[in-house]
Design a protein around this ligand. Structure first.
Ligand SMILES: [Zn+2]
Length: 111
């Protein structure tokens, strides 16, 4: 299957929400993802967008969310908010960011 997201030069696991919240998106904190996380299950150019979950003591940044399918941390170049859709490349899941019971951001599988 051809994945249009991957063809984009400015790939980010968090999909562009388009007109839905275009204004809100530009107000979000930006994050610079320069480091290669060493996550070797995706091609090198995408490695900075994913890292391994280090277990219960791990803390997610505002631009990170955990994939419930493969337990990989997905990292965006911008702050994530409930309603955002993110793409997990390692397991090819499309996820939606939701506010979990503990108040943390979590991801659920859309399809
Ligand atoms: Zn995944």
């Amino acid at each position: 299957m051809r994945e249009p997201l991957l063809a984009s030069a400015d790939f980010d696991p968090a999909e562009d929400a388009g007109a839905r919240d275009g204004a809100a998106r530009s107000e979000r904190r930006r994050f610079v993802l320069l480091d290669d996380t060493g996550f070797d299950e995706v091609p090198a150019k995408y490695r900075r967008f994913y890292r391994r979950w280090r277990g219960p003591g791990d803390v997610l940044a505002e631009n990170e969310v955990l994939c419930p399918v493969c337990r990989v941390v997905i990292r965006s170049a911008r702050e994530l908010r409930p309603g955002d859709r993110v793409y997990c490349m390692p397991c090819m899941s499309r996820l939606e960011v939701v506010r979990g019971e503990a108040g943390r951001l979590e991801a659920i599988v859309r399809y």
